[in-house]
Design a protein around this ligand. Structure first.
Ligand SMILES: [Zn+2]
Length: 112
């Protein structure tokens, strides 16, 4: 069985929906998803397909909206950042971020 590279949870094939700012790009997309941390793994082909769809619909640049589940790490709640966001923002381990809320939204902004 395949293991999640982030949390070592079990990775299963699921159907997912990708959207940006409420605009659906694709439904019933076959992805591998970790049943523990909720990370979804897109292939490079799927990423370029979604990028093309987003460009067609004029929503590229707004950022892919990916659904995540909050997990627990020890006593605290944890959230894994999608690899797409990691790549696009060139985030690194140990990098500082500011985090605050606006109503029910949680905003995370890299400091540098
Ligand atoms: Zn995982």
């Amino acid at each position: 069985m395949k293991k999640c590279p982030i949390c070592e949870g079990t990775v299963k094939k699921v159907k997912t929906k990708a959207e940006i700012e409420g605009v659906t790009l694709a439904e019933g997309l076959d992805v591998e998803k970790c049943s523990k941390c909720g990370e979804e793994f897109y292939t490079l082909e799927q990423m370029s397909f979604l990028r093309k769809k987003a460009q067609e619909k004029g929503v590229w640049g707004s950022g892919l909206r990916l659904r995540r589940k909050i997990t627990r790490s020890g006593k605290r709640l944890a959230l894994y950042l999608p690899t797409d966001i990691e790549r696009n923002l060139k985030l690194k381990k140990g990098e500082a971020v500011d985090i605050w809320t606006e109503g029910r939204r949680i905003i995370i902004e890299p400091v540098s």
